[in-house]
Each structure stands twice: as C-alpha cells, then as structure tokens.
Design a protein around this ligand. Structure first.
Ligand SMILES: Nc1ncnc2c1ncn2[C@@H]1O[C@H](COP(=O)(O)OP(=O)(O)OP(=O)(O)O)[C@@H](O)[C@H]1O
Ligand SMILES: [Mg+2]
Length: 480
C-alpha cells in the first residue's frame, strides 16, 4: 500500500513524497491506521523497517500547529536518537508546519529554553533532561495528546523505568501511548500494559527476529587473539563503513587507539565524551570521513546511518536483545549488511541464547591467517589498479613507465608497484586491557533446564529489579 492511499492530511502525504517514500513498510501499513483511531499501541518490527515514520505520522496528524501547547512527546534512550527522531518528525511535519524540538542532556539548557519559547508542538527527548525541564517548569506536559516510547523495552528497563514513570505522571490520563521497538520481551510487555489502556499489539510476523538482509556469522577466538583477528577481517572484508562494538567505555577508547596505531581510520563514541565530541564523531562517520566507528551500546539502538556495511561485535553484548539492535545498524531500508561476532570459548553458551532469541543460526568463520589477510589486501590493490587502467587516467605516467621497463624486467616493476600500493596487514603490537568474559547468567542456566523466559534479559530478574536498581544504573553508565 502507498502513502498516497492513506487517510491522512495532504500535507503529511506531501512530506512523505518529499522524503522519497512511496510504498509503506509493513509496520507503517499496519500501525498507522490503527494509531490514527487514537488507541494505545505496542508495535514491534525488525530493525530498519521504518518504525519512526510509523509513530511519526500519527503524532504529526494529532498535532495542531495553531495550538501553542506541547502536544506530543517522543522519549528515547540516547541523545543521538533524540536528535535523529526530531529530524524525521520535522521532515514529516514540514508542510503541516508542526515543529519538533530535540531536548537532551549535554546540551546548553538555556539554549533549549530559548528553543522552547518558540512553542514547538512536539518534543523529542531523553528522559533525564526532559525531567529537568519538567521540574523547572520550562516544559509542561499537561496538554499532551500522544506519548511515544521509542526503543520501548530499553526505556522500561531498570536504568530508565523510574524516570519514565515520573514523566508519564506529568501527562494527562487520557493521552495516547505508543510503544515501539524491534524487541519486546514478555515481562516488559506486561509491565507496559500497566500504564496503557487496552493496547493493540501489532507485531510484524517474520520467521526470524533479525532481518534476513543481514548475513550473520561468528568467530571463535581467544581473548588475546581477538584484535589480530579483527584487523585481519577488516583487511579481507574491507568494509566501506563499519561499526565495531566494544563492551565498555575503556574498551572503546583502547580499541580506537589500537586500530589507529595499525593504520585504520577509526573514531570512538561513548557516554563519557562531551556531547560536542559525540556530535563531531558521528558527523565524521556519516560524512564518510572515517570508516570505522568504535562504539559502546550507546550506538546500538535506533541510529539510522545509511550504508553501514558491516557490524563487528568485538565483545559480546550484555544481552541477546542488544545483539539484535547492534547488528540492526546494518541491513536497513532494504540494503544488505554483514555482522560478525567474536566469541571466546567460555562465552559459547551466549551464542546459543542469542540464536534462540533471533531464531537465526550464525555461520562459523575461522579467524583469517596473516596470508589470507595479505591476499585480501592484495586483491583490493589489484582491483584499484584495474579500475585505474579502465579509467585511462594514468597516461601522463606512460613515459616514466617505459623508462622503468627499459631498465628492469616487467614483472619485477609491477610486483614492486603492487607491494607499494598494498596495505600489508599491520602487526604493530597493541595493548588492550583484558576484558572479563561475559558471565553466564542464572536465567540462562535455568533456561536450559526448561525454566523461565526465552532470553536472559537482566531486568527479568525480579530480585535485581527490587534490590539492585543502582547497580543496574551503574552498569548502564559503564556500557553506554
Ligand atoms: N516507506 C519507506 N520507504 C522507504 N524508506 C523508508 C520508508 N520508511 C522508512 N524508510 C527509511 O528506512 C530507514 C529506517 O527507518 P527507521 O530508522 O525508522 O527504522 P526502525 O524500524 O526505527 O529501526 P530501529 O529498530 O533500528 O530503530 C530510514 O532511513 C528511513 O528513512
Ligand atoms: Mg527506530
């Protein structure tokens, strides 16, 4: 079905056209008409399948640009996602003149207050900063019509749940609540239903939780050999644009430096950097100024960066859901991608729990040898050379080439030139602090005995939820 066939305003239809959209994705086709009726909704669909527009259109449609109140709020776990969602909402609201402002931590609050004085209809926010504004009375949510929790399962996880409750308290009882995510563990759904009114559930049925557009494999490798394996894979696969996920902030810093030391363009992003640094790194990555983004899970959810060709899980994610989101940074909007996960021998049980959640077995790859990596780089050099020959843009070098051929054997000349243009695998020693292998969690073991839930999401563990809220927040801050 096409956007033009939807029963929505001409302004929003025109906006989708301007965004280059013609046909709706399945989640859009199913969720938009239902959300338009005003009911609460839980929407689940694979990564990169247009959930933003699925909640964005009902939100823009519900907003009246002539009304000066804030009428909609979208809450997201990370600042970058708050910015991205604001951009998409502004694109959708372009002709209807519905304005969205992004409100997130790390940005000058006075500047946000100035933005808010210009009366946006919609706020796209991270929870902490939004609460700050609510307390300062610089944001009032008492006229809100629609609340969206994007990455809903993450927002209802322990690190955020109290903030979400406090925010919802500030909104009217009769608001419409929309929840979206690519993953929706049962216990989170049950929790969600407590603050929703008879939510409709829209789940795009698929055989697997991850999209078939992503080629998924793993490599079994000892902790100390991981980094060599990573750089060899990079040499062979030569990704156009890749994200390398590390478990902690320290790990990301170290990985970035180690990659740079071996001659790869890499930048790191995590929650300890200033927001301006985070913005800069992401901008450089999007503009193709760096090919490798090394990241904590702060970049795992929702980010839509076109043409990410590869995702490397240098460290296993904390939980299987996080795996789904991380690899979902590639294989978006119909494009294909590759995901490769590094697993140390003791972490093996985690691989199976990931596969159980995704319903998609991963292929095993062997860590490449030095020779294979070299062959990979030689192939790239030869491909570049062939491309140059086809382009014909080398003619001014012909006389010099003839001089060389008069002096040396042709094969020798070419072999030397090839060696020069090949980026030979770099074996510069690097130091990475040893990471503890991911522990096998209790729920994981119970699972094998046919126990509770299908996955080992931390927050399913009620003891932790009650007693260890702070522990989880701390964890969160370490992994973001
Ligand atoms: N109907 C459509 N036709 C073509 N492209 C679309 C359509 N809807 C969305 N897109 C594009 O698809 C990409 C992914 O969309 P979006 O970020 O909303 O995915 P998502 O489902 O929210 O993924 P995630 O679970 O990772 O957050 C975006 O670049 C978006 O512009
Ligand atoms: Mg999304």
């Amino acid at each position: 079905m096409k956007f033009s066939e939807l029963e929505i305003s001409q302004e929003v239809k025109k906006a989708t056209e301007r965004m280059g959209f013609t046909d709706m994705t399945p989640i859009q086709e199913q969720a938009i008409p239902v959300a338009e009726t005003g009911v609460d909704l839980i929407g689940q669909a694979q990564t990169g399948t247009g959930k933003t527009t699925a909640f964005g259109i009902p939100m823009i449609e519900a907003a009246d640009p002539h009304n000066s109140d804030i009428q909609g709020v979208v809450i997201t776990p990370t600042r970058e996602l708050a910015i991205q969602n604001a951009q998409e909402l502004n694109a959708l609201g372009f002709y209807k003149k519905v304005r969205t402002v992004a409100i997130y931590g790390g940005q000058d609050i006075q500047r946000q207050i100035r933005d808010l004085k210009r009366r946006p209809s919609i706020i796209s926010a991270t929870p902490g900063r939004l609460l700050d504004h609510i307390k300062r009375r610089t944001i009032r949510l008492d006229q809100i019509k629609v609340v969206v929790l994007d990455e809903a399962d993450e927002m209802l996880n322990m690190g955020f749940i109290e903030d979400i409750h406090a925010i919802l308290e500030a909104t009217p009882e009769n608001r419409q609540t929309l929840l979206f995510s690519a993953t929706m563990p049962r216990p989170i759904q049950v929790l969600a239903e407590k603050f929703m009114h008879e939510p409709k559930k829209i789940q795009i049925k698929a055989k697997t939780l991850t999209t078939s557009l992503i080629d998924q494999s793993y490599v079994k490798v000892r902790e100390l050999e991981k980094f060599d394996a990573l750089t060899r894979f990079l040499d062979i696969q030569s990704p156009e644009r890749a994200i390398v996920f590390g478990r902690t902030k320290r790990r990301v810093d170290e990985l970035m430096r180690a990659l740079q030391k071996r001659g790869y363009e890499a930048e790191g992003i995590h929650g300890d950097l200033t927001q301006s640094k985070r913005d800069l790194v992401l901008r450089r990555f999007k503009q193709n100024e760096v090919k490798l983004l090394v990241a904590t899970d702060v970049a795992a959810r929702g980010l839509d960066i076109s043409n990410v060709t590869h995702v490397y899980n240098f460290d296993l994610p904390q939980d299987p859901e996080s795996y789904v989101h991380r690899i979902g940074r590639t294989g978006r909007a119909g494009k294909t991608g590759m995901a490769l996960t590094f697993i140390t021998p003791s972490e093996f049980p985690h691989l199976r729990s990931i596969e159980r959640l995704t319903k998609q077995p991963m292929k095993q790859l062997n860590a490449p040898s030095y020779e294979e990596a070299l062959a990979g780089q030689q192939k790239i050099a030869i491909d570049n050379l062939k491309e140059m020959i086809e382009s014909g843009k080398y003619r001014s070098y012909a006389a010099k080439a003839q001089d060389l051929l008069d002096e040396f054997d042709a094969t020798d000349v070419l072999a030397a030139a090839l060696k020069l243009i090949t980026k030979e695998p770099d074996t510069t020693p690097v130091r990475l602090t040893r990471e503890q292998p991911l522990m096998v969690k209790r729920s994981n073991r119970q699972q094998r005995g046919g126990g509770r839930g299908r996955n080992n999401y931390r927050s399913h563990d009620r003891d932790r939820r009650n007693n260890n809220y702070r522990g989880r927040s701390k964890q969160k801050s370490q992994h973001y």
